[in-house]
Design a protein around this ligand. Structure first.
Ligand SMILES: Cc1cc2nc3c(=O)[nH]c(=O)nc-3n(C[C@H](O)[C@H](O)[C@H](O)COP(=O)(O)OP(=O)(O)OC[C@H]3O[C@@H](n4cnc5c(N)ncnc54)[C@H](O)[C@@H]3O)c2cc1C
Length: 414
């Protein structure tokens, strides 16, 4: 394959980069080349994803964006030879405090506004959906029938399949090392395999998106925060068609992986790393399973699913998803460096959000007047004002720690 030139070069072959290739080709762009430094696609953060896709969000805009994702996964599952392995099992959100029960009512109002089907269930109705869960301490249960989960690697392969059919090219084992700018504008990408002439570069490099932006002279607060889940050994009463679940009071989420439990959680004291502490050829620190943290997830879930605290963990998913100080994606062209486009800072929903992100990227790149929402995601919000690394990193970490909203301190472990 010729790597000499392309109209648009995408850097990074995780869920986000592959989704951008898919969205661009769907929008009629043909001369798209994705380059990935690993031997295969989706091998870094994406391969570790739990695969949940939830549409209940705190604003109608975000809800609609998530609805695009669920709809796209469902459609790709129906249409393609290669499928994302989408399971539309629905999801339940369980409140264990009055505060979260009240919040669920607000979320339901937002869902109604966005025309997302949701329902507040009583305990008996919830038990029918998830017989093994003990709902006696549930103050409220919010059900979204069109939520589900997919397999991240299959999602990536599905995007590739469709994008290639429409003319996009994918090259693995190719690492970006620099950019050529002419009069401040992107003119080419320098890689370990030579130069690629191009007018547009899309930065979808995950935990290296900070470094790739630096190569173009842009400093962005893209903060990797450690995240983990475990998959148990087989447990009685678990089936792959049971709904995904989220428990905001304990920050837990999960689903069934066949007859095993996948259980993850948002820690109240998260561990972040500074992207300036490792370089582009390097990597963030390796993530070893943090057994005390994982055991705490199991312990916190045992009131809802008896026996979880003693369950044997079979496998641990872990990595460094990236967070931003305002909890928003960083998406769209930079006003500083014409031709340089961002697709990063996914705040741990880069896989589930990827179809919606693709649509927004196309709008950001080709619409004369993108919507206010799209404009609000622009990298310019960090390049045209002064900001401080320490404050930005603390704020990004806080986004992680309050993923399902601020926690009632007394609620955890009750
Ligand atoms: C434990 C865990 C559970 C998660 N669960 C979910 C979930 O349920 N749902 C969800 O939506 N999200 C989940 N996430 C978050 C999700 O995994 C990320 O948001 C998503 O994978 C980000 O995708 P990406 O393409 O931006 O990054 P990545 O998948 O990391 O891809 C970036 C790519 O860029 C490449 N790259 C870097 N530097 C270069 C270079 N110089 N040249 C060329 N290529 C380069 C890398 O090799 C890499 O493949 C989870 C994350 C973790 C860690």
């Amino acid at each position: 394959m010729s790597l000499n030139d392309a109209e648009i070069v995408i850097v990074g072959g995780g869920a986000v980069g592959c989704a951008m290739a898919y969205a661009l080709t769907q929008a009629g762009q043909r001369d798209v080349l994705l380059i990935e430094k690993q031997p295969g696609l989706g091998e870094v953060t994406t391969s570790q994803g739990a695969g949940l896709c939830g549409q209940v969000r705190d604003t109608a805009e975000r809800t609609r964006l998530a609805m695009v994702s669920a709809k796209t996964f469902a459609q790709l599952q129906r249409d393609a030879d290669v499928r994302p392995d989408w399971h539309a099992v629905g999801s339940i959100r369980i409140a264990e405090s009055a505060a979260n029960a009240a919040r669920f009512r607000e979320l339901k109002t937002v869902a109604d506004e966005a025309k997302l089907e949701t329902e507040l269930l009583d305990r008996a109705e919830a038990s029918k959906l998830w017989p093994a869960i003990d709902f006696r301490r549930a103050e409220a249960v919010l059900w979204c029938p069109t939520d589900g989960y997919m397999r991240p690697k299959d999602v990536v392969n599905t995007y590739r399949h469709h994008a290639e059919k429409s003319g996009a090219k994918f090259a693995t084992g190719v690492a970006v090392e620099g950019f050529d700018l002419v009069n401040g504008r992107v003119d080419g990408v320098r890689t370990n395999q030579g130069r690629i002439a191009c007018k547009t570069v899309i930065n979808a490099a995950g935990a290296h998106a900070y470094h790739i932006a630096r190569l173009a002279g842009i400093e962005l607060p893209i903060v990797p925060v450690r995240h983990e889940y475990f998959i148990s050994v087989p447990m009685p009463g678990l089936r792959p068609d049971l709904p995904c679940f989220r428990v905001p009071d304990t920050g837990l989420y999960g689903r069934c992986e066949q007859d095993r439990l996948l259980l993850g959680g948002w820690e109240t004291k998260a561990l972040r790393t500074d992207p300036r502490s490792y370089d582009l050829p390097g990597a963030p620190p390796p993530v070893e399973p943090d057994w005390p943290v994982l055991k705490q997830f199991a312990q916190d879930f045992t009131g809802l699913l008896p026996g979880t605290s003693d369950v044997k963990m079979d496998r641990v998913g872990r990595g460094w998803p990236t967070f931003t100080p305002d909890g928003r994606f960083i998406l769209g062209p930079s006003c500083r460096v014409p031709g340089f486009v961002m697709a990063g800072g996914c705040n741990a929903h880069g896989i589930s959000g990827s179809p919606g992100l693709g649509q927004l990227l196309v709008e950001a790149m080709f619409e004369k007047k993108p919507s206010e929402y799209v404009q609000s995601l622009s990298p310019d919000r960090f390049t045209e004002i002064k900001w401080d690394w320490q404050m930005a990193a603390v704020a990004a970490q806080r986004v992680y720690e309050t993923y399902y909203g601020a926690r009632e301190s007394s609620a955890a472990g009750v």
